[in-house]
Design a protein around this ligand. Structure first.
Ligand code: CTP
Ligand code: CA
Length: 222
């Protein structure tokens, strides 16, 4: 009841998010993917909805239920995620890229199941081709949404995260250490913006998501 009377920091805003992994086929029964449970992205979608936003979530495959009141568009590959996001990005006020997008897809994916006996030296040779960078493409849109990126690094977090923020030309990048966050329920986020580096306290993913939504709302240009 108390929450009902509090001002909603994202009332009237449209928030578009990506979450989960993408999966890239090798053949009809085998895939290459990235490790991501989707928990952080789904928690953020829920927190943005609680904050009064109209929320659309483009999600790779996860085991999670759709957050209440959130429109979910399920996708498999990075190219499908790119297409779904670009179709909706211009209508969004805020874009939050949480998905662990596969950087490459298999160029020579087979249309039928590959058989062990058919691969020459005993193992198939996969050729990779880069996937589109969804966040960078949204950030390039004229009059596009205010963009937030995520980066899970295994080392040199500050240096890599700030460089990534500048390369993708986005106002806010959220960093974490991959081994701390992967599959975990708790998370330790560090915000990188044009004023520098701001560590947030360790918290459960939903509390961290609520805090992050407040940080985003406070930074939005009015
Ligand atoms: N991202 C994206 N599309 C891609 C790759 C990444 O939208 N094809 C987004 C992610 O959702 C995340 C941010 O970009 O918000 C950073 O992703 P990350 O994998 O850390 O960055 P990359 O630029 O792919 O660099 P690298 O993997 O080499 O560290
Ligand atoms: Ca990547």
């Amino acid at each position: 009841l108390i929450a009902f009377f509090q001002p909603k920091p994202l009332a009237g805003k449209r928030v578009l998010l990506t979450a989960g992994p993408t999966v890239e086929p090798i053949d009809p029964v085998r895939v290459i993917s990235n490790r991501s449970s989707g928990k952080t992205g789904y928690a953020l979608a829920r927190a943005a909805r609680e904050a009064g936003a109209q929320v659309t979530l483009v999600s790779g495959p996860t085991a999670l239920p759709a957050p209440r009141g959130v429109d979910v568009y399920p996708v498999q590959t990075a190219r499908q995620m790119h297409q779904a996001v670009m179709a909706q990005a211009r209508q969004a006020d805020i874009f939050i890229a949480v998905a662990a997008v596969a950087d490459w897809h298999v160029k020579n994916a087979a249309t039928q199941k590959m058989k062990k006996t058919e691969s020459g030296a005993g193992a198939p040779v996969l050729e990779f081709e880069p996937n589109p960078d969804i966040l960078a493409d949204v950030a390039r849109l004229d009059g596009g949404p205010w963009c937030v990126g995520f980066a899970a690094e295994t080392e040199n977090l500050s240096e890599y995260a700030q460089a990534k923020r500048q390369r993708k030309n986005i106002p806010l990048l959220v960093g974490n250490l991959a081994h701390e966050v992967m599959d975990a329920d708790d998370t330790r986020l560090v915000l990188f913006d044009d004023r520098g580096e701001h560590p947030l306290p360790a918290a459960g993913k939903l509390d961290a998501a609520r805090r992050l939504v407040a940080e985003i709302a406070a930074r939005l240009p009015r």
